[in-house]
Design a protein around this ligand. Structure first.
Ligand SMILES: [Zn+2]
Length: 1014
């Protein structure tokens, strides 16, 4: 057994390095096609036998008109042949919604004398982007209203395959054409962006054609097409050449190539820190750790400034070893850090002490309040806050949703009829998407939370209760069918480990097409519930990778986590007992299967890019144990240990548990929920390493990988915007990806981790991050009028947020977590100590808390952040402590009055102040925390920074895409002297450029600026 496992591990290591040379610490898998991360790919039509989109977005196209056919082809095996007599391909109209930049690349074969449109994307002959061949010449053009820009004609050879690429780059205002990887034409002064050409309000208004023109009278294409791709980034010359060369040379995808250059020019930005000339020296430090554990070295050190002047602490970047050999034995060693933008190199002398008695495991000292106990209020001027606005956008549309739409894929999987009026969801829940069901899981959580939260409106509450009970009743009935005979005496298989392949199939596959999906639920084992058959779970165990072929899968346990979390929310938050029963059945199914999988196979599964992404399965399993005390669920939680990340290797030598950074280059959102799961496992099992995994991860992620909005990922190297950069403290070097930056799910999950860690350790740093991420990413991720929301929030200058899913009909992962975020915005304003002796006030949001355990009501009245004050008014009384967060940004002090009388409080920034007394009804606490302007620079580029006012990130409003970083000059002594405006509206200007809160920004923005201090 041992030997077999080892061989498997070695083999997969060899395979990984074969397919993904040079990947280093990042993950393999289907994430790089021709060196370009899949987050940049909108759609890919291979056209080798059907018009399906083989990207994960599943924007399947249709072959229309007559005469088009997939034919044998000597070069590609098979290709699409269009007749020139009216046949063409039509893409779904919503495929390009929200895209600013569009590149296309594909293969075209024209017989002698043939011509026609290659592609034509737009709304009408006067609003479009197109390319085509006439008289053996290729031209591309952009037509916007009266204006038209066209590239010069390029001669096209006939009777041979040619590779054609067209790049619309609005930031550089150019439209470029390529033939066989070489640039052949470019039009300048192109004013239109894709957002203008494509209707953003109606997918039906868009006509996205291959081989056909918007102009109805124009002839269709005569010729062959193959491997047509659409990207949301401006492909570079080198990337177009690579795509061509790889296909021409017969190489398949997977090669990563060199990290791309920065997408926005950095030419004008110096590397020297503004502090460099003022600092005299940066002192060396000492640190202590115990054997095996890498020390946690301070990221900031107080510097000594010249002439005795005072100044801020300086940021130090320390080496981040990939294992713990440095601390293998007791003794001392030194490491040398760098202070970015300065010549200073402080050293840390680390003393490694023998492993003593293990530290005591921290206890969970706090509890949250039930959602219905905290109600969001208007501010003191009677205005809806951004919290209320966003909540209501979601509540309004959620209330109108048809639960049958969210049950469609479940009924489809179990071969059950659909009630009249049911519509299948789109996006990642369409018929063939292997992630289908994920949105239904988020929806279950959202409905439960909406039910629990709408204590302010009985009609809404009744609506959500009815929906929740209907959803659970239906899922319960389906789950009861699994593993039992469909008709009396019929065949069945009750064993989760003995699920046979579908009838007439040789093995397991992920074919979910209508008519092909297996629906033999009687064979699936007792308790099974999902929106597709069990095959993907089984294929994962057998080594299936992530992808869109029938032999590939898309994260079955990720989807299951959403469903189980939804069920547990319906039980814990919504009080529905049947929901718990469904979760227990499926939890037992998962445990039965995974407990039979050898440890080495599990390690390989959970390390597999996306395929092995399991969301927070360990979290729901630990939670299920807590709710049922059934030991198998806690065992099951541990079967999800991502051993390589948590413990370094199978021998548990290092990993996050010993403060080794094992997340570099990893897919961020694949791993963050696993960490929350480790913490939940600790909560039940009490085993310290699980706590250390979470605590060390938080420290590494928020210090070494975080952007100013509180989010992470956005890697340029590896070239996948959903990954952590290849090295810590290297956002400038390896981050700021093109196209996308901070995945909104990641921040949703980080906030969850903040909150859970704070229950164990009441350090203000956790809620400080919570505030930053809540205001500047979660609140900032929702459209102005609808619940449409962001996937990646772009942080490059001149970028624009893309909001999707306004009507809750087609979900990405982030559209799913947005349902959850916006139905529980009030959940972390207050916590209570488990013994009800202390109230924690974490956030300054107008709200009413009903602390029923103490018969105390607390009303928080404030205009925060449009004012720097808040007031707490009590009803009821008693002797208890009130602990109020003094934010990290509160450098100008904090001022407290109780019943109008000034209190002497000692509390520095980044702490909690404690007010202890016997409280009475009508007692008031007034708090003032003066705001000031400050910079949050990029760690490895101190001249690029975000501007904050209190907790609020101020973004520059932009009128057009940019090719450079916006430069602002600020007063070196007090940057506020260079900023004009009104704190009561949070509208400011710097050198005439308007700035406003990022959470109120719906147009183009620059989150980071190139800052010069004068
Ligand atoms: Zn997401």
């Amino acid at each position: 057994m041992q030997k077999k496992v080892l061989v498997g591990a070695v083999l997969s290591a060899i395979l990984a390095s074969w397919f993904f040379p040079g990947l280093g610490g990042s993950q393999g898998g289907d994430q790089f096609l021709d060196g370009i991360g899949e987050t940049a790919l909108v759609a890919r039509y291979v056209l080798g036998g059907n018009a399906e989109d083989s990207s994960r977005n599943n924007f399947h196209a249709s072959l229309r008109g007559s005469g088009g056919a997939f034919v044998e082809d000597s070069r590609f095996g098979r290709a699409l042949e269009l007749s020139g007599n009216g046949s063409y391909v039509q893409l779904p109209g919503q495929a390009l919604a929200g895209e600013d930049t569009i590149s296309v690349a594909g293969w075209l074969y024209l017989p002698t004398g043939a011509s026609g449109p290659f592609f034509d994307f737009g709304q009408s002959p006067s609003m479009r982007m197109l390319a085509g061949v006439t008289s053996a010449s290729l031209r591309a053009s952009v037509v916007s209203g009266g204006a038209s820009r066209e590239t010069a004609a390029a001669a096209v050879p006939v009777n041979q395959w040619i590779h054609v690429a067209v790049v619309l780059d609005p930031a550089r205002r150019v439209l470029t054409t390529y033939l066989d990887g070489a640039r052949v034409g470019q039009a300048a002064d192109v004013a239109a962006t894709a957002v203008q050409l494509i209707s953003q309000t109606s997918g039906d208004a868009n006509r996205l054609y291959l081989g056909r023109s918007q102009d109805a009278a124009a002839p269709t294409l005569q010729g062959r097409l193959r491997d047509f791709r659409i990207y949301r980034v401006a492909l570079t010359d080198a990337q177009v050449a690579t795509i061509y060369r790889n296909a021409a040379g017969g190489q398949s995808g997977g090669r990563r190539g060199a990290p791309p250059q920065p997408v926005i020019s950095t030419a004008a930005i110096p590397r020297e820190s503004p502090l460099a000339s003022r600092v005299d020296r940066v002192p060396d430090i000492d640190a202590v750790t115990s054997v095996g554990h890498l020390p946690r070295l301070p990221r900031e050190i107080p510097a000594v400034y010249k002439n005795g002047a005072s100044g801020p602490k300086v940021r130090v970047i320390w080496p981040a070893p990939k294992d713990n050999t440095q601390v293998a034995k007791p003794g001392t060693y030194t490491v040398t850090g760098t202070v970015p933008g300065t010549p200073f190199k402080p050293t840390a002398t680390v003393t490694v002490t023998p492993a003593g008695k293990p530290a005591a495991a921290p206890a969970r000292a706090l509890e949250p309040f039930a959602l219905g106990r905290v109600v969001l209020n208007q501010d003191t001027k009677g205005r809806d806050t951004q919290f209320i606005k966003n909540r209501d956008k979601f509540i309004r549309v959620l209330a109108e949703t048809n639960p049958d739409n969210f049950l469609y894929n479940f009924r489809d999987a179990f071969g059950q009829p659909q009630p009249a009026g049911t519509k299948q969801l789109g996006g990642w829940d369409n018929q063939t998407t292997r992630l289908r069901g994920h949105a239904s899981g988020h929806y279950l959580s959202a409905i439960a939370q909406a039910y629990a939260s709408t204590t302010y409106d009985e009609a809404l509450r009744a609506n959500f209760l009815k929906k929740m009970n209907y959803l659970i009743d239906t899922l319960y009935d389906l789950s009861q069918k699994s593993g039992k005979p469909a008709t009396e005496g019929g065949p069945f298989n009750a064993e989760p480990t003995a699920v046979p392949p579908g009838s007439g199939r040789a093995g397991y596959d992920s074919n979910l097409r209508a008519g092909a999906i297996r629906t033999d639920y009687w064979n699936w084992g007792r308790g099974f519930i999902s929106a597709y058959p069990p095959d993907q779970f089984i294929m994962l165990e057998r080594g299936a990778t992530y992808g869109t072929q029938d032999t590939q899968i898309w994260a079955p346990y990720y989807t299951l986590h959403k469903i189980l979390a939804g069920l547990l929310d319906c039980y814990e938050v919504g009080g529905n007992r049947k929901a718990l029963e469904i979760a227990q059945g499926m939890g037992a199914w998962a445990y039965a299967r995974l407990s039979a999988v050898p440890p080495g196979t599990r390690i390989a599964m959970w390390s597999r890019y996306i395929a092995g992404e399991y969301g927070g399965m360990n979290e729901v399993m630990a939670r299920l144990y807590r709710l049922t005390r059934d030991r198998q669920f806690l065992e099951c939680a541990k079967l999800f240990d991502n051993v390589n990340v948590f413990f370094g290797n199978a021998a548990h030598d290092h990993g996050l548990a010993k403060n080794v950074d094992t997340i570099r280059g990893k897919h961020a959102n694949q791993h963050i929920p696993q960490i929350t799961g480790a913490l939940e496992t600790f909560r039940d099992a009490g085993e310290l390493p699980y706590y250390l995994i979470a605590d060390n991860f938080w420290d590494i992620a928020t210090n070494d990988y975080m952007y100013s909005i509180g989010g992470v990922a956005g890697a340029r190297n590896p070239n996948n915007a959903e990954c952590f950069p290849a090295e810590p403290d290297s956002l400038w070097e390896n981050g700021f990806a093109s196209g996308g930056q901070n995945e909104t799910c990641c921040t949703y999950n980080l906030l969850k981790l903040d909150r859970q860690l704070f229950m164990f350790d009441q350090s203000a740093k956790f809620m400080d991050h919570y505030e930053i991420g809540l205001y500047n990413h979660i609140l900032a991720s929702v459209a102005e009028e609808t619940p449409a929301n962001t996937y990646h929030v772009p942080l490059n200058p001149g970028a624009q947020k893309r909001f999707g899913n306004p009507d809750m009909s087609g979900f990405s992962c982030c559209n799913g977590t947005a349902l959850e975020s916006n139905t529980k915005l009030q959940d972390s304003i207050y916590f209570r100590s488990a013994d009800d002796k202390t109230l924690y006030v974490n956030l300054f949001v107008p709200s009413t808390l009903n602390w029923s355990e103490r018969k105390v009501v607390v009303k928080q009245q404030t205009d925060f952040p449009y004012a720097d004050t808040t007031r707490l008014v009590l009803e009821g009384g008693g002797a208890f402590d009130i602990r109020i967060r003094v934010p990290r940004w509160a450098a100008r002090g904090v001022f407290v009055k109780i019943n109008g009388r000034e209190q002497a409080v000692k509390a520095g920034p980044g702490s909690y102040l404690t007010l202890r007394r016997t409280w009475r009804t009508a007692d008031t606490i007034d708090l003032r925390i003066p705001f000031h302007f400050y910079l949050v620079p990029v760690v490895d580029q101190p001249n690029v920074a975000s501007i904050f006012y209190g907790p609020v990130l101020l973004a520059a409003e932009e009128s057009a895409p940019r090719t450079d970083w916006r430069q602002v000059t600020l007063d070196a002594g007090d940057i506020g002297k260079s900023i004009a405006g009104d704190p009561a509206t949070l509208r400011f200007s710097i050198e005439g450029v308007p700035f406003k809160p990022f959470y109120e920004t719906y147009g183009r923005h620059s989150v980071y600026q190139h800052v010069t201090l004068k």
